[in-house]
Design a protein around this ligand. Structure first.
Ligand code: ATP
Ligand code: MG
Length: 358
């Protein structure tokens, strides 16, 4: 079993702390994706799991065994990097088998494993080529093949597709999803790409400044974010945020939003009367045709036409920016004032501290 467990894992580079006591539990066979802004510590966390960076404090376990002091080659992990890091003078087959040769694996065994990986990745026809004779996507497949032949318990991917063009990224994303279905290994994957995170992950870990903000399935993070940061980070275009105030003398559910007062469907929490709140609504949740509890006038700044979907970038009467997704083909022009509606159920409320009110 290749579960991965982090307990209070921290990392400091010299005097600078960059990972602050991360607790995380990844089950055997799970596809886990790390997301977060640049510099938040995704690669550092992955490199600690790989054994390429020392863990400053806390416990790191793979398959139930503490591996803080275990050599990278003994951890049963294989990492795929953004820069494919292939040896230019070796053929595809040699690149894939190199790690096994170094550990003294018999030639016949290397050949069997390399051929099996080549078959999975459809590299059979390219085995005698050098990396310079391959496309970016083919090189990336070789880099993945090199990880597969090692038969690791855990695959680690650090932004493996970010050097590829849009079309290849989609194709390779599907390949990686298939690979996970086929091999069933534990995989940990770092990406900046929303779509990759949402489509590949069983579990997404949202990191910010070396701390975990929330862990959950893609739909949990999208639907039920714990705080403003996660709400704004997951989803593209991002959630709209509007300033609101909890009504003085209200019951903790009534808020003033623009010039209307609405009663939020809070079941557990109540806002402090008079407190400043943030109300979130996703661009795709306007004008859904169901219960339109509230209308919001929007002055159109820019309209983006993407074919099936259009985005209106505009402003509320209070001057707050909003993005509205439109699928009904209704056109709006810059400068025009349109009215959009939404259901209270689709609103997400956050307190002044950024934490979600549920
Ligand atoms: N070897 C190092 N020495 C000192 N600081 C480092 C070192 N490696 C990383 N850092 C710092 O640690 C923090 C986390 O870096 P890391 O590379 O893990 O971020 P990341 O989330 O992978 O970012 P990106 O999305 O840009 O790849 C950053 O502030 C970075 O400057
Ligand atoms: Mg990184």
């Amino acid at each position: 079993m290749a579960s991965v467990e982090l307990s209070r894992v921290a990392k400091t580079f010299g005097p600078v702390p960059v990972i602050h006591g991360v607790d995380l539990s990844i089950e055997h066979g799970e596809f886990t994706v790390f997301v977060g802004p640049s510099g938040c510590g995704k690669s550092t966390l992955l490199r600690m799991i790989a054994g390429l960076e020392e863990v400053s404090s806390g416990d790191l376990k793979i398959g139930g065994e503490r591996v803080n002091d275990v050599e990278p080659s003994e951890r049963g992990v294989a990492m795929v990097f953004q820069s494919y890091a292939l040896y230019p003078h070796m053929t595809v087959a040699e690149n894939m088998g190199f790690g096994l040769r170094m550990t003294g694996t018999p030639r016949a065994e290397i050949e069997t494993r390399v051929n099996a990986a080549a078959e999975i990745l459809q590299l059979g026809a390219l085995m005698k080529r050098k990396p310079s004779q391959l496309s970016g996507g083919q090189r990336q497949r070789v880099a993945i093949g090199r990880a597969i032949v090692r038969n690791p318990k855990v695959f680690l991917f650090d932004e493996p597709l970010s050097n590829l063009d849009a079309e290849l990224r989609v194709a390779m994303r599907v390949e990686i999803a298939k690979l996970h279905q086929e091999l069933g290994n534990t995989m940990i994957y770092v990406t900046h790409d929303q779509t990759e995170a949402m489509t590949l992950a069983d579990k997404i870990v949202v990191l910010r400044a070396g701390k975990v903000e929330q862990v959950g399935s893609p739909m949990t993070l999208y639907d039920d974010p714990d705080n403003v940061f996660v709400a704004g980070f997951i989803g593209s275009p991002k959630m709209n945020f509007l300033a609101a105030t909890a009504v003085e003398g209200g019951d903790g559910r009534q808020v003033r939003l623009g010039d209307t007062v609405v009663s939020l469907p809070l079941v557990r929490d109540r806002a402090v009367p008079g407190a400043a709140l943030t109300i979130g609504i996703r661009p795709e949740h306007f004008d859904r045709g169901r219960a339109a509890d509230l209308r919001l006038p929007v002055t159109v700044d820019v309209v983006e036409h993407l074919g099936g979907t259009n985005y209106i970038y505009g402003r509320t009467p209070g001057g707050e920016s909003v993005v509205v997704e439109k699928r009904d083909g209704v056109m709006a022009r810059p400068g025009e004032r349109v009215e959009v509606s939404f259901a209270l159920d689709d609103l997400r409320a956050f307190g002044g501290d950024g934490l979600r009110l549920r």
